[in-house]
Ligand binder design. Structure first.
Ligand code: PRP
Ligand code: GLN
Ligand code: MG
Length: 488
């Protein structure tokens, strides 16, 4: 899940883009980039690594301009190579740089179409470069360079591109352009700030980036909506697709987003607390006379839910695993070998919280089972009498194709297995999953802000439809095995 950010300010924006990216880092650890527009020049700097690795003073000083975009990458298409870091650039028409969060599912067909009909070459395996070329072609067919022209180009993108996409772009001579896919699968939020009596705007994957930079959260970009902000700070918005079912990705709330973000009017922190409440209630329903001594979160993401479970079932909450703050998120690492090694380097138990106790370990989700398998064993080794495991999300049984890199069903520990089989495989004495209806209610909240979700990795229902043969193709291209062969 990548992080994207775009700003139009009254002074150079590169330093703010950098700061904003640092709080979106949890969405992508593989590569980062910034593009700024200054008069007739577009400057791009990008590369592999964390935000702090990619930029130095020299690079930053070249990124001049009051309009800019930024990206941190977690690959879901193509390779992890630096040539697929974003933003991507095309020189025609006008000079466009673009950054994308999400994943297209008709990339192959579009790539051919773009080459044969639009006569544009896409030089990498990235779906985002294809998307940029579709946008560029659609803009090229317009008469003048105006917000209206950009909106018609976005209409073209919405017609042709299928999948999840939230996008920021800079177009020389026009300003900042942003849009969100017609189902609003990927998040995008608009912020505003007043500086010296003039308006400045930002759009970001998560509101936490707006908070940091002093922008007030205005509202979420609507599904299928386009936004243009000119270098003078004029804001234009328009609906660029027929309204469709709004189905934001539920996994953002489970795992991806920071708890201090608001997404589609829902606080991620509160959603996670409600997940804990519901799961706590389920535990009490199933085992009213449970023997749990302690609830222990698997840091970081499960903490909010774990604390609420402890409150509901009436036992102590204890931090039993200490997280090495210098190891990043393991789930978004590109290969299984690296992920597996990192869990042990990342988490270490405090034995006195386990010795002779019945512990309930809580994670936000169990995907490949990499984390929970090792953690259950660590809890046993630390002396736990019984180890129970609770997941604040239901079993992940189906691939995600809209921006989370879990393309291969075979790699998911719960795929084709019953809960009892997964329990055994993970070595837990009891495994308890959240029910999907409870998860959806937890995210909607009492105000029922969201009525439908993309919950595809839990229920196998894909809102865009999936062409026959698609899963087999991505499995061949993007399974861990395929990535390993590619790297060798
Ligand atoms: O079943 P798995 O394939 O192991 O995936 C699920 C785990 O991965 C994530 O943690 P991660 O270390 O990425 O980040 P976190 O520190 O935010 O929890 C998630 O929070 C689970 O702990
Ligand atoms: N996670 C994402 O949003 C990935 C964006 C894009 N599909 C890429 O692979 O670079
Ligand atoms: Mg985790």
């Amino acid at each position: 899940m990548c992080g994207i950010l775009g700003i139009v300010g009254h002074n150079d924006v590169a330093a703010q883009l950098y700061d904003g990216l640092t709080v979106l880092q949890h969405r992508g650890q593989d590569a980062a980039g910034i593009a700024t527009a200054n008069g007739s020049k577009l400057r791009v700097h990008k590369g592999n690594g964390l935000v702090s690795d990619v930029f130095d003073e020299g690079a930053m000083s070249l990124l001049e301009g009051r309009v800019g975009i930024a990206h941190c990458r977690y690959p879901t298409a193509g390779s992890e190579g630096s040539d697929e870091a974003q933003p991507f650039y095309v020189n025609s028409p006008f000079g466009i740089a673009l950054a994308h969060n999400g994943n297209l599912i008709n990339t192959d067909a579009l790539r051919n179409e773009v080459f044969e009909q639009d006569r544009r070459n896409v030089n990498t395996e990235s779906d985002s470069e294809v998307l940029l070329n579709v946008f560029a072609h659609e803009l090229d067919t317009q008469k003048a360079l105006t917000p209206d022209a950009a909106f018609r180009a976005i209409e073209g993108v919405n017609r042709r591109c299928v999948g999840g996409f939230a996008v920021v772009a800079t177009v020389l001579g026009l300003g900042l352009v942003a849009f969100r896919d017609p189902n609003g699968i990927r998040p995008l939020v608009l912020g505003k700030r007043n500086s010296g009596g003039q308006d400045e705007y930002a759009v970001a994957s998560e509101s936490v980036a707006l908070d940091l930079l002093g922008f007030e959260r205005v509202r979420d970009v609507r599904p299928g909506e386009g936004i243009v902000v000119t270098p003078r700070g004029e804001l234009f918005t328009r609906q660029c697709a027929e309204p469709r079912q709004h189905t934001p990705c539920i996994f953002e709330y489970v795992y991806f987003a920071r708890p201090d973000s608001m997404m589609d009017e829902v606080s991620v922190h509160k959603a996670r607390m409600r997940m804990g409440q519901k799961l706590g209630e389920k535990i009490l329903r199933l085992r009213p006379d449970h023997d749990i001594d302690t609830v222990i979160p698997i840091p970081d993401t499960s903490r909010d839910a774990a604390l609420e479970i402890a409150n509901v079932i009436g036992v102590k909450y204890r931090e039993g695993f200490i997280k090495n703050r210098y190891v990043g998120r393991t789930f978004i690492m590109p290969g299984q070998g690296e992920r597996a090694k990192s869990v042990r380097r990342k988490l270490n138990p405090i034995p006195l919280e386990f010795r002779n106790r019945v512990v309930l370990l809580v994670d936000d989700s169990i995907v490949r089972g990499t984390t929970s398998k090792q953690i259950v064993q660590m809890a046993r080794d630390a002396g736990a009498r019984k180890v129970y495991l609770a997941s604040a999300a239901p079993a992940v049984r189906y691939p995600n194709v809209y921006g989370i890199d879990m393309p291969s069903a075979e790699e998911l520990v719960a795929h084709g297995r019953t809960d009892e089989e997964v329990e055994k495989l993970l070595g837990a004495d009891w495994l308890i999953y959240q029910d999907l209806s409870d998860l959806e209610e937890a995210v909607s909240g009492p105000k029922q802000r969201i009525n439908d979700f993309d919950s595809s990795c839990f229920n196998g229902e894909y809102v865009t439809g999936i062409e026959p043969g698609y899963f087999e193709r991505i499995q061949q291209l993007r399974s861990d095995e395929a990535k390993k062969t590619r790297r060798a």
